[in-house]
Design a protein around this ligand. Sequence first.
Ligand SMILES: [Zn+2]
Length: 151
Amino acid sequence: MSGVEVVFSALKSLAELGGRFAGDKVAEKHIEFLRDQLTVVGQSYAKAEEKAGDLERKVADLEAQIASEWKLFRGVYFRLLPSGKMDPSAHCPGCRKPLVNRLVYFSGEATDDYICGVTGCGWHGQNIGRPEALFPAVAKEYGVELGGQLV
Ligand SMILES: [Zn+2]
C-alpha cells in the first residue's frame, strides 16, 4: 500500500468513526482536526512521490548520458568528447580522473601500469597497456578517432 493509499484508508476510517460520534461536539472537532491533518499529509506525500518520480527519471537520463560518454576498456575509463572523438587519456575507474602512466624509474620509459594521483583514491592497475598501444586500441574498439591532447 502506498503512502497516499494509507492516508485515504485512514480518512475513510475517520469518516466511519465520525458517524459513531455524531452529536458529540468535542469528538467531532478532534475527528475534523485529524481529517485536516491527514489531508495535509496526503497532499505532501503525493508531492513527494511526484518529486521522487521526477528525480528517478533525471537519474536514469544522467546514467544513460554517462554510459554513452564513458567507455570501459581494459578496466579503465575513456571519455567520448562532444566532437565524437575519444579523449586519449585513461581515467580512473574509481574517481574518473585522468590516470598517470607509471614510468620506469631510471629510464622514464612508459609501462603497462597506471596510477591515480587523486588524494584519497589511490587506484592502481597493472597490465593495461602502454599509452602508444592502448589509446589507438580503445579508439579502434569503439570505432572513433583520438581527439584532444594526451594528458
Ligand atoms: Zn582515482
